[in-house]
Design a protein around this ligand. Structure first.
Ligand code: ADE
Length: 228
């Protein structure tokens, strides 16, 4: 199983470093993910490479013009079939672990980043198949949101994370938060690792972790308990 993610951006430099480090880099090296960034400016044809214009009807902020976005998306859809054309936007559907898991099963997805005030609504009406928000706050552009989504999607593809189990035991995978983790040394500045983790008794360790997951979830995210 592998995924191709095309990210369309007016500020592609924002995407370069996160895509070339850590899990996103490893996934691409293992050929489990191919992430291709497209600079929307290369789809402009005027001398000044104009990507944005002021909004009809007046108001603050600039709006990404429809033509470069249509041209870029049409050049991609002419080459392969896309399962989803995602627009990242603060007024989209809240992004969750479940959506990340679902998207990780797709073969080809486009993530379109807005910038400035937004994009011409005709793009949303006729090209976009899904709109996602990473939280109730406004970012300057969709790039950071696209990276969040790409990371969350790619890390759950089987084989991306070395330890096969690791992504499945993340917080949220079963609607619960993760338990605390410790590594060497057993005592640090007077703080001890819980004895059970040093006991070697796997049954007791599993029971302790489950208890801690419940405790943490109750303390920090009661809403998740009621969701179950
Ligand atoms: N673009 C601007 N704000 C955003 C948000 N909260 N989520 C996704 N994309 C955005």
């Amino acid at each position: 199983m592998s995924i191709r993610i095309d990210i369309l951006s007016a500020v592609p430099k924002l995407l370069a470093s996160p895509l070339s480090e850590s899990i996103l880099k490893i996934a691409q090296e293992k050929k489990l993910a191919e992430i291709v960034v497209h600079d929307l400016r290369t789809f402009t044809h005027d001398k000044h490479h104009t990507l944005d214009e002021s909004p009809y009807g007046g108001g603050a902020g600039m709006i990404l013009k429809p033509e470069p976005i249509f041209e870029c998306i049409e050049s991609l859809t002419a080459q392969r079939t896309y399962d989803e054309i995602v627009y990242v936007t603060a007024d989209g559907e809240p992004f969750t672990q479940k959506i990340a898991n679902d998207l990780s099963l797709k073969s080809n997805i486009i993530i379109l980043c807005g910038h400035y005030k937004g994009i011409d609504d005709r793009v949303r009406q006729s090209l976009v198949t899904r709109e996602l928000s990473i939280g109730d706050y406004v970012l300057t552009g969709g790039e950071l949101a696209a990276l969040v989504i790409a990371d969350a999607v790619v890390r759950v593809i089987p084989g991306v994370i070395g330890d096969g189990e690791s992504a499945l035991t993340d917080s949220f995978q079963d609607g619960m938060l993760d338990s605390p983790h410790y590594t060497r040394p057993p005592e640090f500045r007077g703080m001890k690792v819980p004895d059970v983790l040093l006991s070697g008794n796997h049954k007791d360790i599993a029971a302790w972790r489950e208890e801690e997951r419940v405790k943490r979830t109750e303390e920090r995210r009661e809403d998740l308990i009621h969701k179950k």
